[in-house]
Design a binder for this molecule. Structure first.
Ligand code: GLU
Length: 370
């Protein structure tokens, strides 16, 4: 059963393949349709946020590229050109429906850094309070590769969790998640409802994606995981028809519906799990792995090695000896000092370092285990 009766805040994600023709030019009819449906939802009293792709494609076509550019500087230049066209067109269309739109260009850093995270939420909440429709894209013109969201499926899921949305609708060029590749198997069936993302469901995402956008079905499933764990339900449906958003919000059986968890991860836990994006790792032995999974803090004794540099208070990945990701946590010690106390008993910390902040390297309260 799709549970959409009490939704108040909806995020709509539109991909490049829905928004543009194969030559990169904007498909104005589709764009107008999307804006009209969003404006209608807004008229109903819903809060709506639009996450849109299409900057690079639109810029490339405006600059006369025959195909999508491959180098990063060219992509960034195209994004800078295309984003203006994109937002100009949205603003023009939204104003026809008497709506005020606002542009927000995000980077991963805005979510990774706790202060910026809280500040960004306030910006969104204020815009929604005053009745504006935020239009979000990644800040492609400036952001460097290693801190990119990379695809707008992930971005839209992060935004949905960030603003405590009730529902994310991802408009795609396929009808939803199939149980096998519909291009190869004519008996492939669309999955209507997903309660939990099991291994079986993840297996379905393998071959059924579109090749046009950045993200295929795999990135959409990743987006679903982010959403569901933070209590946001998600629908993947085809953006080709001119009423798919309205039908999805009305609870009709369009596309695939993923049920958000009734008991979602709390804000800080979710931030640690999905938004903080650690750059360094602590590798722990089997005994520590077991203890962590039994809700114990991480002590120096269970640490085998560390990878990368970090400061006290930074988020790190916790890996098992075979490289499996056990969780994320906030380290109480910097990597330099921690490297001197690897494997030692807690009582030796002060003797070795000349100080002791805590017995725990990562306290259970500062940790999320997957
Ligand atoms: N942010 C990119 C753009 O506007 C799109 C990324 C994606 O396709 O997922 O072109």
């Amino acid at each position: 059963m799709r549970n959409l009766e009490n939704i108040k805040k909806v995020v709509i994600k539109v991909g490049t393949s829905t928004l543009t023709y194969a030559n990169g030019n904007l498909n104005l009819v589709k764009m107008e349709n999307i804006v009209r449906q969003i404006s209608d939802l807004h008229n109903r009293g819903l809060e709506v946020i639009l996450v849109t792709s299409g900057a690079i494609g639109t810029g490339a076509s405006a600059l006369g590229y025959k195909e999508r550019p491959k180098t990063i500087p060219e992509k960034q230049a195209c994004a800078a050109v295309g984003q203006v066209t994109l937002i100009h067109m949205y603003q023009k269309l939204f104003s026809e429906y008497n709506k005020v739109s606002a542009q927000i260009l995000m980077t991963r850093e805005d979510i990774r850094d706790r202060k910026r995270y809280l500040n960004g939420r306030n910006t969104f909440f204020t815009l929604l309070d005053i009745g504006a429709i935020p239009i979000v894209n990644e800040n492609d013109a400036l952001v460097v590769d290693e801190i990119k969201f990379g695809d707008n499926d992930s971005l839209s899921a992060m935004v949905s969790s960030f603003v405590d949305a009730d529902l994310l609708i991802i408009l795609s060029d396929i009808d939803g998640l199939y149980d096998s590749n519909p291009k190869e198997n004519k008996d492939a069936k669309i999955i209507d409802y997903v309660e939990t993302i099991t291994k079986e469901i993840e297996g379905y995402a393998g071959g059924a994606g579109s090749k046009l956008g950045t993200g295929g079905m795999i990135t959409k499933l990743h987006a679903a995981k982010i959403c569901c764990s933070s209590g946001v339900s998600m629908i993947i449906c085809n953006g080709a028809s001119n009423d798919s958003i309205i039908r999805a919000v009305n609870g009709e059986n369009v596309g695939t519906y993923f049920q958000g968890k009734v008991k979602p991860m709390k804000g800080r836990q979710h931030w640690l799990a999905y938004e903080a994006a650690p750059k360094a790792s602590i590798i722990v032995d089997l005994g520590a792995e077991k203890a962590l999974k039994n809700h114990k803090s991480l002590l120096p004794k269970g640490i085998v090695s560390i990878e990368g540099k970090f400061d006290e208070g930074d988020v790190v990945s916790i890996l098992g000896v075979d490289g499996n990701r056990i969780g994320h946590g906030i380290s109480s010690y910097n990597s330099k000092d921690l490297s001197s106390i690897i494997g030692v008993e807690t009582k030796k910390i002060e003797e070795i370092l000349g100080y002791k902040h805590y017995d725990e390297i990562i306290h259970i309260n500062n940790m999320v285990i997957f």
